[in-house]
Write a protein that binds this ligand. Structure first.
Ligand code: C2E
Ligand code: MG
Ligand code: MG
Ligand code: MG
Length: 282
């Protein structure tokens, strides 16, 4: 009866909470081990010119396969590393590997790397990034750091200091997932960044939805006025690419141009592109 159902629900619910907690703890332990062993890998997804389809750079995206847990998505393990306080270590392992891969790419091809909100609260972050660049020999001008609006909001003064330190060294800053965060347009005036990455949610709904198209045009107009670079994320079909290009968007990223690839496949990919670009001009 109703009472038994009610009790049943409570039991199921607490069981779910327990399962969730056990998974988080399992991921934390396995991931700490993987970080120490250097088993988390950056994969690389191309960022291209929408007009020429030339590869301008690659974004490093964390990938991890555990022996027991299998493939775990960064959308699940990055927040756990943040909450449990070892995102800094994880990030250093990833940036080292990513920078080592990127130094072998043609010098006009840049590396984009994500920093989490909690890293913008930690004043060691900029020195850690600069040390890795020195150790690997990747010029700061080839690195673009991606941060979210939410990341800039946690402790604004701390985040702004880190951004200033990175920019002073010649590293570019991109605002990631633009349009999904909490920041106001007024706040945009105060933030020092070079690039806006329009969140994939806008791209996903643009073809079927007129309001989304108006918002995209407004963002692109604003970026032109502010002289900011724009990258549209999550482009999966030619219709989206064509429409975005018609709105004045110059750069894109998404499955249409390439999925994230391992470092060795990326090296082949970038040199294939370089070769085909040379052939096109020959
Ligand atoms: P993000 O930085 O916004 O990265 C874009 C995400 O969209 C990636 O998911 C990418 O694989 C996915 N994506 C790219 N093109 C398409 C497309 O055409 N369609 C669809 N549906 N998805 C596409 P991923 O790799 O699962 O990463 C999820 C998020 O995890 C990232 O979002 C980023 O916030 C975070 N992340 C990944 N790697 C790192 C890292 O090394 N450090 C930090 N702090 N965060 C990371
Ligand atoms: Mg990103
Ligand atoms: Mg993004
Ligand atoms: Mg995103």
């Amino acid at each position: 009866d109703a009472k038994r159902t009610g009790r049943g629900k409570v039991v199921v619910y607490s069981q779910e909470i327990e399962d969730k907690a056990r998974r988080v703890t399992g991921i934390e332990q396995a991931l700490r081990r993987a970080v120490a062993a250097g088993e988390v890998e950056p994969w690389f997804q191309p960022i291209v010119s929408l007009s020429t389809r030339q590869v301008l750079g690659y974004e490093a995206l964390a990938r991890w396969t555990d022996r027991d847990l299998g493939v775990v998505s960064p959308a699940e393990f990055i927040p756990i590393a943040e909450e449990r306080g070892f995102i800094g270590q994880l990030s250093q392992v990833l940036l080292c590997k990513a920078a080592r891969a990127a130094v072998d790419w043609p010098e006009e091809v840049s590396l984009s790397f994500n920093l989490s909100p909690s890293q913008l609260v930690d004043q060691n972050t900029s020195e850690q990034v600069l040390t890795i660049l020195r150790d690997t020999g990747l010029p700061p001008s080839r690195l673009q750091i991606e941060i979210t609006e939410t990341g800039m909001m946690c402790e604004p003064a701390s985040a702004e200091k880190i951004v200033e330190d990175l920019r002073a060294a010649g590293i570019r800053i991109a605002l990631d997932d633009f349009g999904t965060g909490q920041s106001s347009l007024g706040r945009l005036r105060q933030l020092h960044f070079d690039t806006i990455k329009i969140d994939q949610a806008f791209v996903a709904s643009m073809l079927a939805d007129a309001p989304t198209q108006h918002i995209l045009r407004a963002i692109l107009d604003m970026c032109r006025g502010l002289q900011k670079d724009v990258v549209a994320e999550g482009i999966e079909c030619e219709d989206q690419a064509a429409r975005l290009a018609a709105f004045g968007c110059q750069k894109g990223q998404g499955y249409l141009f390439g999925r994230p690839m391992r470092a060795d496949a990326t090296a082949a990919h970038v040199h294939g592109y370089a070769a085909s670009a040379r052939a096109a001009f020959a």
